[in-house]
Design a binder for this molecule. Sequence first.
Ligand SMILES: [Zn+2]
Length: 379
Amino acid sequence: MLVIGGCRIVTPGELIEYGWLRVRGEQIAETGIGAFEGDLDVDLAGHTIVPGFVDQHCHGGGRNSFITTDPGEAFRAAQLHLAHGTTSIMASLVTGTFDDLANQIRTLVPLVDQDVIFGIHLEGPWISGKFHGAHDPALVRPPTRREVGELLAIGDGRIAMVTLAPELPGAIAAIKQIVRADAVAAVGHTDASYDETRRAIDAGARVGTHVMNAMRAMRHRDPGPVVALLEDPRVTIEAICDGHHVHPAVLRLMFAEAGSGRIAMVTDAMAAAGAEDGSYQLGDLRVEVIDGVARIFGTDTIAGSTLTLDAAVRFMVLVGKVSLQAAIRSVSTTPAEAMGLEDRGSIEVGKRADLAVLGPDLRVRSVMVRGEWVESFDV
Ligand SMILES: [Zn+2]
């Protein structure tokens, strides 16, 4: 049993200016407003306790990538983001050959079972050749019942999300196949029309992958995937809030339309997150990072971010002008709900005691996972 507080706490219902919470075992057992009657185990005066962040779209960090056949490398990538408050992380793969994807999935499956990552995300290969972004255009392809089935089978329940382009032949059937396998179908890297996107949502798609990026743009007579995704209450909207991927004014528009209850801030981070500028690999492609912006070598194409979710929160509070409570919801509760992680994502009695403690500058001071302080980040 542990009582922490004497500080601000962000809960789903309200922002408690001065309160405390009790942790018993792996769970939050009680929360209270005002001074705790008795001695606090940890006095966090001047700090803010928030739920641990949930990143549903991430490729790596700290010079390490989830796109690997080395489980140690994937572990270190997760540790980098843990140090920045992300207590639940998805390992996102990119477009590759069947054999490469199969080997990467086999590498990551045990890490799901060890709770290092909460799931595997296939961002390709069933995406648009026109909006491939930082995916190898030579390898993108339409989904076939067989390939989708074989990769899902290798994942054996650990593939949590699949991004695809609904306009591709076979995509609507693939969405139904993905949903039947208990994975989330996401619309992204797509040239779909408004109507094609609506059909995808009606078939079961529930997430828009980094909405605005790598998809057909919104036009006044061609609303495209952007409007279809933003206006549908069934869909969770991924947003990369680093100030490079989407203009802050457009991010404000997205928050105004969908709200923090439907916007999941994601990093889409690659290996350079939390590391220095220089040359990196994203899958088979060479990426150059200059001033924290990752681009495919020799092009203007942005190739993932160098973001961590604590930085995304700071950006949206300071530049995006959303409230701290809304920003926190978008990095914790909303993605947890979108990913079906019902046991975590908010500071509520009975939820997992996955917490981040922020300083007055909104930087992460300490992190708790399942009721235990993370002593060493080892990055
Ligand atoms: Zn990505």
